[in-house]
Design a protein around this ligand. Structure first.
Ligand code: GLN
Length: 477
C-alpha cells in the first residue's frame, strides 16, 4: 500500500515511530493528485503555482500530517474563495479556529483547497465557479455536495482526511456518495470562527475521513469552546477514541418510519435494511419510531437557510473582499460586482431569502418556518427520551449523473431530505459506508444522536464498521 492510501491513525503510528516523515506523505499525495486529479478534480487550482513546503520539524500529536480543507474555511495566506468568483483572490489574513487548533496539534494544512458548491449552496459540487468534481467511483456522476471536493479527495486517496462544512447535509451526503465517513457535529461543538457563513444557525464544520477512528480523532482535535464564536458551547471535549469499543449490546436504536417512504430508491432501501439487520445481530434493540414533522424539513430549511444566506452575503460588495467590477460610480460598482461575481444559485438564494424576510412576508414565511423548526426539534427530543440513537439512510439515492438535476432546483433540493432535519434540530449525525448499488455506487448509513452525544455516534458507527468491510473497498482510478 502507498502512504496516501493509509488512514490518519495508521500514518500517525508510522510518524511516531519515525518509520516515515511527513515529507514522504506529502510526496505520495502529490504523486497521486498528479495522476488522478485531472479526472476527479477534487482540488481547486486557485493558488497559483503550488508550493509543497513540508515543515521539517515534526511536532505535536500530528507530527506534520497533512489535512485537506474545504475552500470556505479561512486559511491564512492560502486563497479561500468559497469557489465563487466574487471572492477571487481572497487570501485571509487569519486562520479559522479549526485551522489554528490543527496547526497547534502539528498538522500541515494541505496547500490546495477542496472544491465545493459556491458558498456551499448545493448538493452536487456542480455550482463551483471552478467547475464540477467527479465521483471517484463513477466519473460521470456527482460526488455529492457541497463538500464534494473534500469527500472525493478522501475517497480517491488524494487526501488523508479532510474538513468540510454541513449546513443541510453537505458533509454527510457527499460522504455517502463517495463511500467515506462524514460527521456533522452538534451545533456549537466546533467553532465557526473563520468559516465563511452560509446560514449561521445551521453551519457546522466537521471531518470527512476513511474510517470512524479517524473521524473520532479529527473531531476531538477541532472541537471545543471558542470565545470568538458566540454560538460555541463551553462544554469539555471527551476523548472520542474511548468510545470505539465495538460494543453496542442493548443499545436502543430508533428507525424513523418517515424516512422509508416513496422517493427512497429501492436499492438504497435494501442496503440500509441489511445494515440495520447487522446492527441487530450485534445486539442492538431496533424499533420503529416517528418523526412526524419530517415532511416540512425541506421547505423550512429553504426559508431559514436562504434568509440567513441573503443577509450573510450582503457583505460581498466589491469593497472589502475579492472581486471588484469596474464601474463609473459606487452604486454601479456594487451592482455590477454582485451581478458578475455571484453564480446563478447564489443569486436564486439571495432573492428567495430577501423575499422571505421582506416586510409583509416575514410573518408568513420566516417566522412560521422558525415555529416549525421548533416542532422538528421536539420530534427528536421525544425520540431521544427513549432511544440512544436513530438510524436512517443518508440520502434517498446513490450518486446521480452530472447534469441530471441542474435544471431542476427543486429536485436538487430534495437530495437533502434525510439530512436537513439534523441541522434544523442542531443534533450530531454521522454517515458511514454500508454497501453499494448494483452499479457499484456507495450507499451511506446515517446515525443521529442527542446534542453533544457524538460518542454515541462513534460507538455505533465503529461497531458497525468493525463488523463490515465496506470502508476498505476503494474506487478503481
Ligand atoms: N444541499 C443543501 C443546500 O444546498 C445543503 C448544503 C450544505 O449543507 N451546505 O443548501
Amino acid at each position: 500500500m502507498e502512504l496516501n492510501q493509509l488512514t490518519a491513525h495508521e500514518l500517525l503510528e508510522k510518524l511516531k515511530s519515525k518509520e516515515i516523515c511527513s515529507r514522504t506523505i506529502l510526496l505520495s499525495l502529490s504523486q497521486r493528485i498528479e495522476k488522478t486529479d485531472p479526472k476527479v478534480k477534487a482540488y481547486v487550482r486557485n493558488q497559483g503555482p503550488v508550493k509543497f513546503a513540508p515543515q521539517d520539524e515534526a511536532f505535536g500529536e500530528l507530527n506534520g500530517l497533512p489535512v485537506t480543507i474545504k475552500d470556505n474555511i479561512c486559511t491564512s495566506g492560502l486563497n479561500t474563495e468559497c469557489c465563487s468568483k466574487i471572492l477571487r483572490g481572497f487570501r485571509p489574513p487569519y486562520d479559522a479556529t479549526v485551522i489554528d487548533k490543527l496547526k497547534k496539534a502539528g498538522a500541515q494544512i494541505f496547500p490546495l483547497k477542496a472544491n465545493m458548491d459556491e458558498f456551499a449552496f448545493g448538493s452536487s459540487t456542480e455550482n463551483s465557479f471552478f467547475g464540477p468534481t467527479a465521483n471517484p467511483w463513477k466519473l460521470d456522476c456527482v460526488p455529492g455536495g457541497s463538500s464534494g471536493g473534500s469527500a472525493a479527495a478522501v475517497a480517491s486517496d488524494e487526501a488523508i482526511w479532510a474538513l468540510g462544512s454541513d449546513t443541510g447535509g453537505s458533509i454527510r451526503q457527499p460522504a455517502s456518495f463517495c463511500g467515506v465517513v462524514g460527521l456533522k457535529p452538534t451545533y456549537g461543538r466546533v467553532s465557526r470562527y473563520g468559516l465563511i457563513a452560509f446560514a449561521s444557525s445551521l453551519d457546522q464544520i466537521g471531518p470527512l475521513t476513511k474510517d470512524v477512528e479517524d473521524s473520532a480523532l479529527l473531531c476531538g482535535l477541532i472541537s471545543g469552546y471558542d470565545p470568538q464564536d458566540s454560538t460555541s458551547i463551553n462544554q469539555s471535549v471527551p476523548d472520542y477514541t474511548k468510545s470505539l469499543t465495538g460494543d453496542i449490546k442493548g443499545l436502543k436504536i430508533g428507525i424513523p418510519k418517515e424516512y422509508f417512504v416513496e422517493g427512497l430508491d429501492p436499492e438504497v432501501k435494501s442496503v440500509i435494511e441489511e445494515a440495520i439487520d447487522k446492527l441487530k445481530s450485534l445486539g442492538a434493540v431496533i424499533k420503529q419510531v416517528s418523526l412526524p414533522h419530517t415532511e416540512y424539513a425541506v421547505p423550512v430549511y429553504y426559508i431559514i437557510a436562504t434568509a440567513e444566506a441573503s443577509s450573510n452575503l450582503a457583505r460581498f460588495d466589491g469593497v472589502q473582499y475579492g472581486y471588484r467590477a469596474q464601474a463609473d460610480n459606487l452604486l454601479q460598482m456594487y451592482k455590477e460586482t454582485r451581478a458578475e461575481g455571484f453564480g446563478q444559485e447564489a443569486k436564486r438564494r439571495i432573492l428567495l431569502g430577501t423575499f422571505a424576510l421582506s416586510h409583509g412576508y416575514y410573518d408568513a414565511y420566516y417566522l412560521r418556518a422558525l415555529k416549525v423548526r421548533s416542532l422538528i426539534k421536539q420530534d427528536f427530543d421525544r425520540v431521544f427520551q427513549e432511544f440512544d440513537c436513530i438510524v436512517a439512510p443518508t440520502s434517498p439515492t446513490a450518486a446521480f449523473k452530472i447534469g441530471e438535476r441542474t435544471e431542476d432546483p427543486l429536485k436538487m433540493y430534495l437530495s437533502d431530505i434525510y439530512t436537513i432535519s439534523v441541522n434544523l434540530a442542531g443534533i450530531p449525525a454521522i454517515s458511514v459506508p454500508c454497501g453499494f448499488t448494483k452499479q457499484g455506487l456507495p450507499v451511506g448509513l446515517q446515525i443521529m444522536a442527542k446534542p453533544f452525544d457524538e460518542e454515541m455516534l462513534f460507538k455505533t458507527a465503529y461497531a458497525y464498521e468493525q463488523n463490515t468491510d465496506w470502508h476498505k473497498i476503494k474506487p478503481k482510478l
